[in-house]
Design a binder for this molecule. Structure first.
Ligand code: ADP
Length: 566
């Protein structure tokens, strides 16, 4: 286990005390047992004093009060050791009973100084848990004690005052527990100490004879001193009074479990009491149960309200995101459109500069420069067109000019267009088709789609590779497959490559130029035709992209703006 540096000494003390608490049961002398017991209590008091001075909690008062509670408890232990058989109420009982509210004051004061007492939901949860505990105490501790034939004083102390103090302690710590602000070790140790105390008290009241000698019931009581010592020695005790953050979710897992347990306590306790043929005070249990039911309904109302609030916030955020996305698309469309105008003029003038008809011939070096400008401008124009088209697709403003067209001739054009690039790369291109395949489609867009597929195939196929375009008729219309012997697709990429801006890690790592928009646009074009575009890897290496088109694409009206810019 990783122990923080500041807690090394505390962790050592914790481990030594836990070991010594085991030794308590091995020694047979009562004096030795009492000495060990008092060592834990005295150690806890010293640890509180040391922490207040050296660890420096934000607010000292709660810890001073807690320290006084421990002093009273130790005094009670000593008083009990002096006269173990005194009939309650004895000096030890008075000292113990005064100490409980002081212990309970610690969490209450910390909750208040952190501002968590304003969290009504958390306090309602604490009340539900406390009431459930009260039902348990009533059925198993208070009622049986009240029916004992003990002297009145003993009955009041054991049957009413101790259980009442336990309820106070649990109520105070439940308030602490349900606030999510303190997820720190010190908090965990404090809760463990309080829980041990309660276990010891309940066990003792149920089995009164046990509080003597080396009974196991002494262990939880000793453990509460030990855990509280660890709590005050842990540096995180400084944070316990810190301002509470609002939780992200209305109710956490642990709190839900505590509430679930609280709700089960009443029926389970009643069943157990019934099985035990035990009389239970119906009025008391009924009233407590009704109070729990009211609190649960109130709590449900609060949770529903906070879920509604969260839902409302999410809807607002969603709307803002959609708006931001729309603005971004509009911005891209606007910028691309404005870039396109000067670009087309650059391309026009570059073409004129390269045209030697009727003008002075360019020297070789200048011609090379201008050719570079021409190539770069072409690339830039394609990129701008892609961005513009992607933005239009996103905003749903994309239309096709559908006409009867032959897919074989489009495939041939696409191969022609790529011929020079393929040759430079040493990749061979093939077309497989049994004659014209007529469908209704937007010729320009299908050519753009095939340009992209064949361009990618050339990009991702190494020298000596082969690219084949197969055009065929299908039952629904026609299909074109672009098969290459290139790098192929990695698992999971078959769908992802159609996402906007997605580029496979290998394409990025090997600096293959591209934007990740080509296939997004290609698929959109296919789908606007009522068809589909899919990809798969080939077993022998490389990939196959398959375009399916229906015989007739849905007709869409011309959009003059699209014609203007795309
Ligand atoms: P770009 O080619 O500009 O990166 P695309 O949208 O056209 O964008 O392609 C997206 C990704 O799909 C590419 O980066 C590449 O990783 C993968 N890809 C596309 N075509 C092929 C192919 N023929 N072989 C292997 N991978 C491909």
């Amino acid at each position: 286990m990783d122990v923080s540096r500041d807690f090394r000494l505390g962790a050592g003390i914790l481990a030594a005390e836990l070991a010594l608490s085991g030794a308590y049961f091995l020694v047979s002398s009562t004096n030795a047992q009492d000495a060990i017991y008092e060592l834990f209590g005295g150690g806890c008091v010293l640890a509180v004093a040391w922490s207040i001075r050296h660890v420096g909690p934000r607010s000292r008062l709660p810890w001073i009060v807690f320290g006084i509670g421990n002093v009273l408890f130790v005094a009670g232990d000593i008083a009990f050791d002096i006269s173990p058989n005194a009939t309650p109420p004895a000096t030890a009982d008075y000292l113990y009973l005064i100490a409980y509210p002081l212990f309970a004051a610690l969490p209450v004061m910390l909750v208040v100084s952190s501002g968590s007492h304003r969290r009504i939901g958390a306090l309602t949860d604490a009340a539900i848990v406390t009431l459930a505990f009260a039902v348990f105490e009533w059925i198993f501790v208070i009622e049986p004690a009240l029916h004992q034939h003990w002297p009145l004083g003993e009955r009041v102390v054991l049957g009413a005052l101790y259980p009442a103090m336990d309820i106070v302690l649990l109520g105070a710590f439940a308030g602490f527990f349900v606030s999510p602000a303190w997820r720190c070790p010190s908090f965990g140790f404090l809760v463990a100490g309080a829980a041990s105390q309660l276990v010891g008290d309940i066990a003792n009241t149920i089995d009164g004879s046990a509080y003597s000698g080396a009974s196991w019931i002494n262990w939880p009581w000793m453990a509460s001193y030990i855990f509280w010592t660890a709590a005050v020695l842990h540096p995180s005790m400084r944070r316990l009074a810190g301002p509470a953050r609002e939780p992200d979710t209305p109710i956490g897992r642990w709190r839900l479990a505590a509430l679930f347990g609280a709700l089960l306590t009443v029926p389970v306790a009643r069943l157990v009491a019934d099985a035990d043929h035990r009389m239970i005070g119906v009025w008391v249990v009924g009233t407590l149960q009704a109070a729990i039911a009211v609190l649960v309904v109130a709590r449900m109302g609060m949770i529903l309200r906070s879920v509604d609030r969260i839902r409302g916030r999410l809807a607002e955020q969603n709307e803002e995101l959609v708006q931001a996305d729309r603005l971004k698309d509009e911005f891209i469309a606007l910028v691309s459109h404005d870039l396109r105008t000067p670009l087309t003029s650059i391309i026009g003038y570059v073409e004129l500069a390269l045209d030697e008809d009727g003008s002075e011939p360019l020297d070789a070096e200048r011609r090379r420069y201008i050719e570079v400008v021409a190539r770069s401008s072409d690339r830039l124009l394609r990129l701008v067109d892609d961005l513009l088209l992607a933005a239009r697709l996103q905003s749903g403003r994309f239309v096709l000019n559908v006409d009867e067209t032959d897919l074989e001739s489009i495939a041939a054009d696409a191969l022609d267009e790529m011929h020079a690039r393929a040759q430079r790369k040493g990749v061979s291109l093939f077309l497989a088709c049994d004659g014209p395949v007529r469908v209704e489609a937007d010729r320009r867009r299908i050519l753009q789609l095939l340009d992209n597929l064949v361009g990618n195939a050339v990009k991702f196929t190494p020298e000596g590779g082969r690219i084949e375009l197969r055009v065929e008729r299908t039952l629904a219309g026609a299909a074109i497959e672009v098969c290459d012997t290139g790098i192929g697709l990695t698992e999971g990429d078959e769908e992802r490559i159609f996402d906007r801006f997605y580029r496979s890690p290998s394409a990025v790592a090997e600096h293959v130029p591209g934007t990740g928009l080509g296939l997004f646009i290609a698929r959109a074009i296919a789908e606007h035709h009522g068809g589909s575009l899919s990809a798969r890897g080939r077993e022998e290496g490389g990939s196959i992209f398959r375009l399916e088109l229906p015989t007739a694409a849905p007709h869409t009206a011309d959009d003059p703006e699209t014609e203007l810019v795309a």
